[in-house]
Design a protein around this ligand. Structure first.
Ligand SMILES: O=C(NC/C=C/[C@H]1O[C@@H](n2cnc3c(NCCO)ncnc32)[C@H](O)[C@@H]1O)c1cc(-c2ccc(F)cc2)cc(O)c1O
Ligand SMILES: [Mg+2]
Length: 215
């Protein structure tokens, strides 16, 4: 049977990128998705904004919701200092298997903990299972209708504390209206919109950065 799009993305990485060179993995995926086949990676334009937020926060523990092929996982992990790590949740086993190989090719497996499972099932176990006190940065890029419920779940589980930064992809396209309304109107968040474009296109999209101010 035909290969899947994630399998074709992995092949592009394995043929075009250099083992142990995260930037070449990022460049290979962006080239493939711009010139061969579109895919829902955060991409190079929004990816540069993600990079600047990671550098600004200098997080020790990062949570990513929705690994897909591991493109943004590699973007984040390549900027982390020794001892810092990104826990990334992915509930599709096929995508998780591809992402593991992309992360391995980039040489960043020591900074990444890929957890196969649904955010709703795993978030309540983060403290106990991973010894996480609170996340410094959360990158939301999974099902858009899950951004708000999962944010509320993270709050309830005490995983969002004063200073935690939430960075959400696709707040315009496909859009996350209930999430935007929540973080922009809540007195507990200071929210900022970074205007950009949908990956590999001229369509408007953007990232929303929301800093938790404490209770
Ligand atoms: O839909 C988009 N992203 C979804 C990501 C899903 C990935 O995350 C995984 N996932 C989903 N829910 C959960 C979950 N928890 C929730 C379920 O329990 N727990 C764990 N993993 C989860 C999936 O298995 C996938 O790997 C998107 C679309 C466009 C787009 C724009 C314009 C277009 F025309 C077309 C498409 C652009 C984008 O940048 C986009 O991110
Ligand atoms: Mg996205």
């Amino acid at each position: 049977t035909r290969t899947s799009r994630p399998q074709r993305i992995l092949k592009a990485v394995q043929t075009k990128a250099t083992v142990g060179d995260p930037q070449s993995v990022i460049t290979a995926i962006d080239h493939f998705c711009r010139h061969r086949e579109w895919a829902m990676n955060v991409g190079d334009e929004k990816g540069s904004i993600l990079d600047s937020v990671v550098n600004e926060v200098s997080p020790v523990t990062v949570l990513e919701l929705g690994t897909y092929c591991g493109y943004s996982t590699v973007r984040i992990a390549r900027l982390l200092p020794p001892g810092a790590c990104v826990i990334t949740l992915e509930f599709n086993p096929d995508y998780a298997a591809i992402a593991r190989q992309v992360i391995k090719w980039s040489g960043l497996e020591d900074k990444v903990q890929l957890v196969e499972g649904a955010s709703g099932d795993w978030i309540p176990w983060m403290k106990e299972h991973f010894g996480v006190q609170a996340f410094d940065l959360v990158f939301l890029d999974h099902w858009k209708e899950r951004y708000l419920p999962d944010t509320k779940l993270l709050e309830e589980c005490g995983l969002i504390q004063k200073g935690t930064v939430l960075l959400a992809d696709n707040v315009i396209c496909p859009g996350t209206p209930d999430y935007l309304e929540y973080v922009r109107n809540s007195p507990h968040y200071n929210s900022q919109y970074y205007r950009s474009h949908l990956e590999y296109t001229k369509v408007e999209d953007g990232l929303e950065k929301s800093v938790f101010l404490g209770y």
